[in-house]
Each structure stands twice: as structure tokens, then as C-alpha cells.
Design a protein around this ligand. Structure first.
Ligand SMILES: *Cc1c(COP(=O)(O)O)cnc(C)c1O
Length: 552
């Protein structure tokens, strides 16, 4: 039986030869002499990593990135095509299936404008079945409206919907796909990561008429790299692949996406998404109190949909303040979409909407540190407690850093991929450097913080830690250890860790430890350090710098 996609595809597409996307590396080795593509043999005159490999054409569908994205979305590589952003995926689908002047697509307005744009460009008709007054999709009404349309090739559904945020329940999507047996249903999941919805990718690969759109632009912060994907059954994906230009994906974008999607970076992305969702929910509540906002819709995206009374006056005000939002009068009178930004940006936006919030910007910072020996990403949030995930590759060290955050009363995500096959030294030291650097960043101008110390007994052992978050690095360590290792953790590294943190944090750290048991002694140092940090980073209400010089 012919697959539905093949039956629906434009004859011009079927006439194109199938594209064989066997990864080059599987055919030729890495040191192949490449005299086939009229490339320039010299690297471009750019610095360092920017120039690596860009005198060569990229793989049309880079195998490694494809495996990573397939894993991310829970499908196999043949069930996914990497596109230049989700927008390109929409365009490819329309060009694969819609014959100019004959075929049609459906959209449910108000929704993402690219569906209609791509269709018009291709000469396809656009059937609009508007959403309800509350921006929900009435499935029965939708099916009744499209039933008469004989050549409906593509039905575009967006969940959470842009710009309104409304989620479309899974059952509704499947009901539509079940009913429209001669139409490809595209479910746009560009904002899925910010919602409580589950992806329908697993359904799409089993069905012949459901395709999922994903993108790295929103949840992974890669809008400028232009990387997205379509997920569907193999035949459909293979057909769409025929429509691709020869080398669609820039090498720099491929590298950015691969680096960003490394498994060790995942927990940081998750932490960011949690924060953006929490900020969105908090902003939604605060905007309810705005004197100019009539309605706040908090769907599942990284944005809110607002309806305001006087959009023109607001537009002028926002322009004067240098704040851009997207007005969407076609969606609702006075409608606008407000993206969730950083604490500072959100505060500025709230203030423009007449909502003043106390200056309580969260002291949260991220730091990425990649070298030949280690690749580290760390996020600290000094004003939120309880989120801790630490994977350095050295379990005892994870436990120690966890103690620092737990006793310090802050959230810490720290992931390291290091050269543990050599030994633990680089990973331990570099994690300490990155951790201290992130703490320093989170502390900002260090306004309203103190200088403190803590002593802690642990059975027979005791540790004393004094810290001064002075901006000036200095470290003192007194104590020694009998054992060379605790698990894979060399005891000699403890002194090193505190020296590294002192340097990158810009702090004086004095540690004195005594006792018999090395495990107790080490743990006591880290716990006491966490306790001293807790006192040191606590915000005092005055916001005054704890130094007579006025600067730390
Ligand atoms: C942002 C967005 C996309 C895709 O964006 P790209 O940057 O092209 O990946 C797709 N659909 C919707 C609804 C969007 O808002």
C-alpha cells in the first residue's frame, strides 16, 4: 500500500530523486582527501573555534546532531528532519504537498502567521476556521468546516497556540487526525517545553498523517542558530527531505546546537525552563493588578497574552521606554503578546504596565566553562532553595558540593564532563573555579551582603571556615589528611578546591580542620563553608555595602 504522504505529495516532488542521507563519515574516514566539492582548502581567517571546518560544505543532515535531536524528541533519526528553524519546516511541508491553485491548508486563527504566509507563497488556498471567543478549538465545528474541502492537504494546529497560549488537548489532536484521513495534520509544538502537555511525537511516527514541529529557538535559546525539526513517519520524512536545498544548515549553527544539546547541559536547560515558567505565572498574577490590563491569559508558552484598554497609548509608552512587545489586534482588541524575559526586563515591563514590584531581582547566574579537559555548566540561584543537581563525575565531590548548597541555602545545578580517564584533578579544580565564578556573578555588586564564618563539629572532627566576600582572593588552609582518597576523590584536592573558589569568587576563605576521620573532616569543611556562605550571602534589608569603602 502506498503511504499517504506519497499519495498526497506534489507530482514535482515525486519526480525528484530520493535523497540518500547516509552520513559521509560512514562512507569515508575523517582524513579523506576532499577534492570533490570545489571548496577552498584553507580555513577562513577567523579566530579559533569559529573557523573549524567552515571551508567545507556541511552535511545536509548532520548525523550527530540528528541523533541528538532524535533522542531529545524520543524518536529514531529516520523519523526526523532537521530544518532551518521551525519556520522552514512549515515551508517545506507546504511545498511538498500543496499544488498551486489547487490545494488548500487550514489554520485556526488567531494563530502563528507563518502557516498562511507559506501557503500563499506556494499559491495554496487558506481555509480559516477561527478559534472560539476564548481561543479554544471546537473540534466538531472544525471538522464540519473542513469536511467539504476536497483538497485539504495540510491542517495546521498549534499547541500551545501562539499568540494566545491555549493548549490543545491530546485527544482533540488525535480525533482530528483520525477524522481527516486524507490530510496531513501538523501539530506545532514550538512551545511544548513550557507547557504541561506531553509531546505527540510517539503518535506521529506511528500514523501516516500526523507530523510534529519542534524547534530549538524557544526552549533552548537558539533562535539565532535557526534549528528546528519535523517529526513523522519515515516515508513522509524521506519525501520532505527531497525538497531540501543542497546544504541547508550552516556549520556554525550545527556546532552551536550540538554543544547546547550535550546531555550534561540538559539539567541547566530544565532549570531555566522551570524559572521561566515560574516567572510567567508570577507575572500573570501581578499583571492582574495592572490598571490598564483588561485580561491576562496564561497558557503554556514562554509568554502571556494580554488585552489592554488603550493599546495606542501603551505602544507609545513602551516605545519611549525601549520595550518591544508584539501587538496582536487581529487576535483580540487591545491584544498583545508579552514574552517572559530576565528579572530586570520583566520588572521594566511590569512597571510600564503600572505594576511596581520591590527590587527583589533574584540573584541567579549561569556560567559555562569549556576547555580541552572539562566542559562545565553551572547555575546558582541564591534566592531560591532546594533545587540541587550536581554531577561532576566524582560521587563524593557531588556529595560535598551538595552539602555546600544545602547548608548555604541556595539552588545549585552543576554539570561536568571531564577527563576522568586521566584522573579527578581537572574536574575537581575546574568545577570549583566555575562554581566560585557563578557565585561571584550571582552576587553582582555585592550590595547588602556580609562577612561571616562558621564552626562545625562532626563527631570527633571539627572545621572552622571564615569568609570575607571582599572581592579580593586569598585562601588559608590548615589541616591534613591520612588517606589519599575518599572514593575517587583525592583528599589533597580539598585545599585546592577552596583556593580555586577563593580565586574565582573573589573572597578570602580561611579553613581550619582537625580530627581523625578523613571523611568526617572533609565533610565538615564543606558543610561549614556552606553555613558561612549562607550567612555571607544573606541579603540585609538595607541594601548597603558592608564595607566602609562603599565598594567590595
Ligand atoms: C517560534 C515559532 C516557531 C518556529 O520558530 P523557528 O525559530 O523558526 O524555529 C514555530 N511555530 C510557532 C508557533 C512559533 O511561535
Amino acid at each position: 500500500m502506498t503511504n499517504l504522504a506519497t499519495r498526497l505529495a506534489r507530482p514535482e516532488v515525486l519526480a525528484l530523486p530520493p535523497v540518500d542521507i547516509v552520513p559521509v563519515e560512514e562512507v569515508f574516514g575523517a582524513d579523506t582527501i576532499k577534492l570533490d566539492a570545489n571548496e577552498n582548502p584553507f580555513a577562513p581567517l577567523l579566530e579559533g573555534s569559529l573557523s573549524a571546518g567552515i571551508n567545507r560544505y556541511p552535511e545536509p543532515q548532520p548525523a550527530r546532531l540528528k541523533r541528538m535531536m532524535a533522542a531529545l524528541y524520543g524518536v529514531s533519526p529516520e523519523q526526523l528532519i532537521i530544518t532551518r528553524g521551525g519556520d522552514d519546516g512549515i515551508d517545506l511541508l507546504v511545498r511538498t504537498f500543496c499544488r498551486p491553485g489547487i490545494d488548500a491548508i487550514s489554520v485556526c486563527s488567531p494563530t502563528f502567521s507563518v502557516y498562511e504566509h507559506a501557503a500563499r507563497l506556494q499559491g495554496a488556498r487558506v481555509l480559516d476556521v477561527p478559534l472560539s471567543a476564548d481561543f479554544d478549538l471546537d473540534v466538531d465545528a472544525f471538522l464540519a468546516a473542513v469536511r467539504e474541502e476536497a483538497s485539504l492537504k495540510l491542517a495546521f494546529l498549534c499547541s500551545p497556540n501562539n499568540p494566545t497560549g491555549n493548549p490543545l488537548p491530546r485527544e482533540d489532536v488525535l480525533r482530528i487526525a483520525d477524522a481527516l484521513t486524507d490530510t496531513i495534520v501538523l501539530l506545532d509544538e514550538a512551545y511544548l517545553e513550557f507547557s504541561e502537555l506531553e509531546s505527540l511525537a510517539a503518535e506521529a511516527v506511528k500514523r501516516d498523517n500526523l507530523v510534529i514541529l519542534r524547534t530549538l529557538s524557544k526552549a533552548y535559546g537558539l533562535a539565532g542558530a535557526r534549528i528546528g525539526a519535523l517529526v513523522g513517519n519515515r516515508e513522509l520524512i524521506a519525501l520532505v527531505t527531497r525538497v531540501l536545498p543542497a546544504y541547508p544548515l550552516p556549520t556554525l549553527s550545527i556546532a552551536a546546537a550540538e554543544t547546547s544539546l550535550a546531555p550534561a547541559r540538559r539539567p541547566l536547560h530544565e532549570e531555566r525552563i522551570r524559572k521561566l515558567k515560574a516567572d510567567r505565572d508570577r507575572m500573570a498574577g501581578l499583571l492582574e493588578a495592572s490598571p490598564i490590563v483588561r485580561k491576562v491569559r496564561n497558557g503554556g508558552g514562554n509568554f502571556l497574552f494580554l488585552e489592554v484598554d488603550e493599546p495606542d497609548a501603551l505602544a507609545r509608552k513602551l516605545q519611549a521606554l525601549g520595550i518591544r512587545v508584539r501587538f496582536r489586534a487581529n487576535a483580540a482588541p487591545g491584544g498583545l503578546r508579552l514574552t517572559i524575559g530576565t528579572d530586570r526586563e520583566n520588572k521594566a515591563a511590569l512597571s510600564a504596565f503600572g505594576v511596581a514590584i520591590p527590587d527583589e531581582g533574584r540573584r541567579r547566574a549561569e556560567l559555562v566553562r569549556d576547555t580541552k579537559e572539562t566542559r562545565i555548566a553551572v547555575a546558582v540561584d541564591l534566592d531560591s532553595e532546594g533545587q540541587r543537581r550536581i554531577e561532576t563525575g566524582i560521587p563524593f565531590y557531588d556529595h560535598m558540593l551538595d552539602q555546600v548548597a544545602a547548608h548555604g541555602g541556595f539552588s545549585l545545578t552543576l554539570m561536568c564532563e571531564g577527563d576522568l580517564e586521566i584522573d579527578a584533578h581537572h574536574s575537581i579544580e575546574d568545577c570549583a573555579i566555575a562554581f566560585g565564578g557563578a557565585l561571584s556573578k550571582a552576587l553582582g555588586d555585592r550590595r547588602g551582603i556580609g562577612r561571616f564564618g562558621f564552626s562545625l563539629p562532626m563527631d570527633e572532627a571539627e572545621a572552622h571556615v571564615l569568609i570575607d566576600l571582599s572581592g579580593r582572593p586569598h585562601s588559608v588552609f590548615e589541616g591534613d589528611f591520612k588517606a589519599s582518597h575518599i572514593g575517587a576523590y583525592p583528599t589533597e584536592m580539598t585545599e585546592h578546591v577552596f583556593t580555586s573558589i577563593a580565586t574565582s569568587l573573589g573572597a578570602a576563605i580561611h579553613v581550619r580542620v582537625a580530627g581523625d576521620n578523613d571523611h568526617h573532616k572533609t565533610e565538615a569543611c564543606f558543610k561549614a563553608f556552606g553555613r558561612a556562605l549562607r550567612q555571607g550571602v544573606v541579603r540585609d534589608a538595607s541594601g548597603v555595602l558592608p564595607s566602609t569603602k562603599g565598594v567590595l
